[in-house]
Design a protein around this ligand. Structure first.
Ligand code: AMP
Length: 409
């Protein structure tokens, strides 16, 4: 006996019952984005490794330990995409989209890859749906982004959703604050986890995200950027908040909010779902005003988000069962299969869902199968071309004219 193979750790097969949930989510997202004037973009599943090193940031967890990186036959370093924003900004620059009317509004959906420790809601291959508005620094764009994700979660009836909102200020203003934070962290270095202590210089904000007790205690009284927003950064954030208030979107101000990617500036946000346990974040995003320039484009303000499809599906529970088959076509002993095939095609072309037994079952077995697939009616094709229509609920059966099947159903 050959040994059996399994899907790699942290990955999974999407079987037909689960695929219905993915399809429903995709349909909801497509409708939402079409109504909002966002165009679909698809970028490759792998990119040059440098894109993520530069775009996501060398000091982030994603780049330091979570990327699936490999060398191709030509010796190039490639990486399975861990996120969607850097690739989309790469495409924006590569295709000269800054010459189009701004902002360029895009959405995407697809698989992403991170070498994380798998657990419920955390996988090595997962799916995200996301949106970007590139080429605007207007607070209206921040507010629209948040409203789109809020609407998507509402339409899908994700329960127990809360929104956390913060601001990281612009890159220039942040520099001063980061120095203050570094000084504070150095004062408390002995109480911090080794990982955080090692990254005081490279990525001090990451300390806000740490899980260990010691670091958390230190961070509870750390200086917060949100309290130090000044000038245009403060005005921008106030404008975003006013727009959200006006739209009736509730949020919680969170001065400890930092995101796992380096490129964020100004507004950042996360949507959490209280049904999801440890991995409660269903989606998040923010502004990234420096990223396009970092990737070789002109200075370009932009804002976007990504939401985890598996987490949304987990939060809404098992997807509803697929609609039952309208008609099952069964063959009585000696009936002509070609006749059944013709009826099958006719029904499907008329928009009815119809199935034919492909398993070579006896008539009794076919009626059982019709029950299993939830058929409302079974059409039994008889030798000579006559047919019986059986109501699967009542078991009543009557002869119908084979030429008038559609009318009779
Ligand atoms: P991020 O790109 O880190 O901002 O993540 C955006 C969203 O993607 C998160 O809110 C999660 O819902 C989802 N997500 C991120 N990483 C994973 C993962 N490893 N497995 C499943 N979902 C994930």
């Amino acid at each position: 006996l050959s040994p059996r193979l399994k899907a790699p750790r942290g990955t999974f097969d999407v079987l037909p019952e689960a695929a219905a949930g993915y399809a429903r989510l995709e349909q909801a997202a497509r409708g939402l984005f079409e109504r909002a004037g966002y165009g679909l973009i698809e970028t490759p599943v792998f990119e040059e490794t440098e894109l993520f090193e530069r775009g996501v940031g060398d000091s982030t967890d994603i780049v330091r330990k979570e990327m699936f990186t490999f060398e191709d036959q030509g010796g190039r370093s490639l990486t399975l995409r861990p996120e969607g924003t850097a690739p989309i900004c790469r495409a924006y620059v590569e295709h000269g989209m800054h010459k189009l009317a701004q902002p360029v509004k895009l959405w995407y959906l697809g698989p992403f890859f991170r070498h994380e420790r798998p657990q419920a809601g955390r996988y090595r291959e997962f799916h995200q749906v996301g949106a970007e508005a590139i080429g605007t620094d207007s607070p209206l764009a921040d507010a629209e982004m948040i409203m789109l994700l809020s609407d998507l979660l509402a339409e899908l009836e994700v329960p127990g959703v809360t929104l956390r909102l913060g601001s990281l200020g612009s890159l220039g203003a942040r520099r001063e604050y980061l120095e203050e934070l570094r000084a504070y962290l150095r004062e408390h270095e002995s109480e911090l986890s080794r990982e955080v202590a090692e990254r005081i210089d490279a990525n001090p904000l990451r300390a806000f995200d740490a899980d260990d007790e010691g670091t958390r205690e230190v961070m509870a009284s750390a200086p917060r950027l949100l309290d130090r927003l000044e000038g245009e950064d403060a005005e921008h954030f106030a404008a975003v908040r006013e727009l959200l208030d006006g739209a009736g979107i509730g949020y919680e101000l969170d001065g400890s909010l930092v995101r796992g990617l380096d490129y964020y500036t100004r507004t950042i946000f996360e949507f959490h779902c209280d049904q999801l346990g440890a991995q409660s974040q269903v989606g998040g995003g923010g502004r990234y005003d420096g990223l396009v320039e970092e990737l070789g484009g002109p200075p370009t303000a932009a804002v976007g988000w990504a939401a985890g499809i598996e987490r949304i599906l987990l939060a809404i529970g098992a997807p509803p069962p697929e609609p039952a088959t309208d008609v099952f076509i069964a063959l009585a002993d000696g009936a002509e299969p070609a006749r059944a095939m013709a009826l099958l095609t006719e029904l499907r072309r008329a928009g009815r869902s119809a199935e034919l037994d492909l398993g070579g079952r006896s008539l009794k077995g076919q009626l059982k199968q019709a029950d299993r697939v939830g058929a409302r009616q079974t059409l039994i094709v008889e030798p000579g071309g006559t047919a019986q229509l059986r109501d699967m609920e009542s078991g009543e059966q009557r002869e119908i004219e084979p030429g008038r099947v559609l009318e009779e159903l």
